[in-house]
Design a protein around this ligand. Structure first.
Ligand code: BDR
Ligand code: CA
Length: 311
């Protein structure tokens, strides 16, 4: 199984990504979960991560708290999408499993140094603050990371927090810039693909029909989470952004994209946090990312529903 660390700011879609990983032990060896401030402040994201592990029957999973604010900007949150608690919808109990006391950034660095080089994949599902801080503090880890597979950015689909920026990149554009310039192999799941992973009513009914606490909680999460996109974009349901990262690890054949140059706008106020993706190869800037543009949405939902049934 592939060793991964999920770096996350749960978030209903983050939660479903964690569940998908925990449901797939044959392919994914989840070494730990590092929480970051994003959708909601850090105390909520780390406790939500623990809530999700307990929902999955995995109170043994190690959850670490990381950075509570972006590298050089005040935190921007997304309660307007995810609710005041970040994981609104299901009524999940307060977690009783412990928060580990080491800092997430130290854990990222130590894990990458102690595991064989090229064996650990990082899966960021929120702002890139923890990952960039680890790369800044320990530049030697860059060449030890197998790959970074992240949810963030947008190109044809433009933005969801500003007209040109996607939330995870916008919240900490300096951190994103560090990651995109790091030389680490990157795979990027932008809004262009995640806005195609929509939970339509029959798909949500399929979660509920699992008849398990996990199936019901996921249905309630997407019921809550979809309001924003239905009202804002007139879409058919909630886009499952972050689960696309885990689905990509499990079934890359469901996705397609291009290996291109992607740079992060950090200077302009108007387009701050934009992922400037050279999709058409109109510059000679070197490719640094596999930028995913499409997925087999029904294949994705069949995979997700089948895996969630195992929890
Ligand atoms: C991203 O922002 C968050 O609100 C979601 O959890 C996802 O990671 C989508 O723009
Ligand atoms: Ca997220």
């Amino acid at each position: 199984a592939r060793k991964i660390i999920i770096d996350t700011d749960p978030g209903q879609d983050d939660a479903i990504a964690i569940l998908l990983a925990l449901a797939s032990p044959a392919e994914i060896d989840l070494l730990g979960i590092t929480a970051v401030a994003g959708n909601v402040p850090l105390p909520l994201t780390e406790s939500n991560a623990r809530r999700v592990c307990e929902l999955a029957g995995r109170p043994d999973m190690a959850v670490y708290a990381g950075c509570d604010a972006p590298l050089s900007r005040p935190l921007i949150t997304a309660e307007h999408v995810h609710g005041a608690g970040g994981l609104d919808g299901p009524d999940l109990p307060d977690p009783t499993m412990p928060l580990q006391d080491r800092h997430a950034v130290d854990v990222l660095i130590d894990t990458l140094r102690s595991e064989p080089a090229g064996s650990v994949t990082l899966c960021p599902l929120g702002p890139l603050t923890n990952i960039a801080t680890a790369l800044q503090q320990a530049p030697d880890i860059a060449e030890r990371i197998a790959e970074i597979v992240l949810m963030g950015g947008a190109y044809f689909e433009v933005g969801n927090i500003t007209p040109t920026a996607e939330f995870n990149i916008y919240v900490d554009p300096e951190a994103a810039d560090i990651v995109f310039r790091s030389g680490v192999p990157l795979t990027v799941l932008p809004l262009d693909v995640t806005h195609k992973a929509l939970v339509t009513t029959p798909r949500n009914d399929a979660f509920r029909a699992l008849g398990t606490p996990v199936g019901l909680a996921v249905a309630e999460m997407t019921d809550f989470f979809e309001r924003f996109d239905k009202e804002k974009y007139g879409s058919d349901g909630a886009p499952l952004h972050d689960p696309c990262v885990i689905a990509y690890l499990l079934r890359p054949d469901l996705f397609s994209g291009r290996h291109i140059n992607v740079e992060i706008e950090t200077g302009s106020e108007l387009t701050l946090g934009m992922t400037v993706a050279d999709w058409w190869g109109v510059t000679d800037r070197a490719p640094n990312a596999m930028f995913i543009g499409d997925l087999d949405a029904q294949g994705f939902f069949d995979l997700l529903t089948d895996r969630l049934a195992r929890l």
